[in-house]
Design a protein around this ligand. Sequence first.
Ligand SMILES: NC(=O)c1ccc[n+]([C@@H]2O[C@H](COP(=O)([O-])OP(=O)(O)OC[C@H]3O[C@@H](n4cnc5c(N)ncnc54)[C@H](O)[C@@H]3O)[C@@H](O)[C@H]2O)c1
Ligand SMILES: [Zn+2]
Ligand SMILES: [Zn+2]
Length: 339
Amino acid sequence: MKTIVLDEPGRFSLTDTAAPNTAPDGHALVKVHRVGICGTDLHAFRGKQPFFTYPRILGHELGVEVVEIGANDLGIKPGDSCAVEPYLNCGACIACRRGRTNCCVKMQVLGVHTDGGMRETIAVPVSKLHKSVTMSQEQLALVETLSIGCHAVARAGMDSDETVLVIGAGPIGLTVVQFALLEGVRVLVMDVNEQRLAFCRKAFGVETLRADQEPLERLKELTNGDLPTTVFDATGNPKSMEQAIYYVAHGGRLVFVGFVQDNLTFRDQDVHAREMTVLRTRNATSADFRRVMSLIESGEIDTSSWVTHRASVESMIAEFPTWLDPASGTIKAVVAFAD
Ligand SMILES: NC(=O)c1ccc[n+]([C@@H]2O[C@H](COP(=O)([O-])OP(=O)(O)OC[C@H]3O[C@@H](n4cnc5c(N)ncnc54)[C@H](O)[C@@H]3O)[C@@H](O)[C@H]2O)c1
Ligand SMILES: [Zn+2]
Ligand SMILES: [Zn+2]
């Protein structure tokens, strides 16, 4: 079967690998239709993902069709279309026992820590399949990305009368914007990239500001001097994360969605004075997946503007490096493995 392998940073190859003919216990065999590409894949390609090992088959944002599945209580049968929750958790650790499967002590993300879905057929745990009757394969491949924003916004626990700032209008920040809007809050989006801010205004109708143009003054103007009561940082930029505390209103909360390998330094007094709640988010849960899917199915989330680039298995290797260039305007690229 056709398989794309990331042999080493900067080098993919399209190879022929043996297709699995049976799935291990508790697993289903699925045919991969669509694979979404995200920042993690781009970092792996650049060689900037520290825990990454090569060679690796990428692909953790998957739209699949079930080929072979045993009796299950999810009502999933061959031919069904599913999204795959790629967070393979152990089920036994302290986090898993408390339902916090998204931050399992032994977390293995499909396509990150283990080989993923850039191949025609793959075996996945039945419990990680989420079926939809109405969603397209492309929409199914968007569920994982959207679930990050769903989880982050749910974790914040905002009131609907809040003014919220989302810093970083990359794909992850945009998923936060999407779910914040569903909470009915006022959303401000800040970035240094004008093209991304323009996309935000067009796709979501939100107010935007530039991080490199006196943002604190601008935020005060926009909030009657109060500042936003919830701030999300989805930049993956340590300087932005350190600066973000100054954009939070007294009594407010700061949610770090992006993450970095660096140390972050704060002056404690600045956090203390605000009695700031600081939250981290990691991945998403099955409940987040189901919520994202029901919102897409009901039309409350319109996925039409999310996919900006499409490729076939054959064209992906040549096109992938172009998606790294901010000038390409890539929000989400999707690769078609089957029709
Ligand atoms: N919580 C999770 O489980 C989870 C999951 C996936 C990704 N992430 C993380 O989320 C972060 C964002 O991912 P992405 O794919 O959207 O990344 P991205 O690089 O595409 O987007 C980041 C955005 O932040 C902007 N930015 C950078 N520095 C800035 C600054 N100083 N001020 C304002 N804006 C700035 C960039 O212009 C860009 O638009 C990354 O750190 C990624 O690792 C977290
Ligand atoms: Zn992803
Ligand atoms: Zn666990």
